[in-house]
Design a protein around this ligand. Structure first.
Ligand SMILES: [Zn+2]
Ligand SMILES: [Zn+2]
Length: 75
């Protein structure tokens, strides 16, 4: 789950909470807690997967394919 910090009030918000937060706060700027990228109210919706999460998945698949590679060679 991607978390954002509202730069106007300092609140930490999960993505589903953003829409209701926009009604109670000006929230001109929001930063992603994981990767530190800055977003506006429109662009924040496009940040569905964080860079750091993607790196994690890439590393995960690398390690999986490494195990398969080893198995083929050992078998
Ligand atoms: Zn706010
Ligand atoms: Zn992010």
């Amino acid at each position: 789950m991607v978390w954002f910090q509202c730069e106007d009030c300092g609140d930490n918000l999960k993505k589903p909470k953003l829409a209701s937060h926009f009604r109670s706060c000006s929230a001109n700027k929001l930063s992603c807690i994981d990767c530190g990228q800055m977003f506006g109210q429109q662009t924040v919706q496009g940040h569905t997967q964080c860079m750091t999460e993607m790196v994690y998945y890439i590393e995960f698949w690398k390690s999986v394919s490494y195990i398969c590679f080893k198995d083929i060679h050992c078998g």
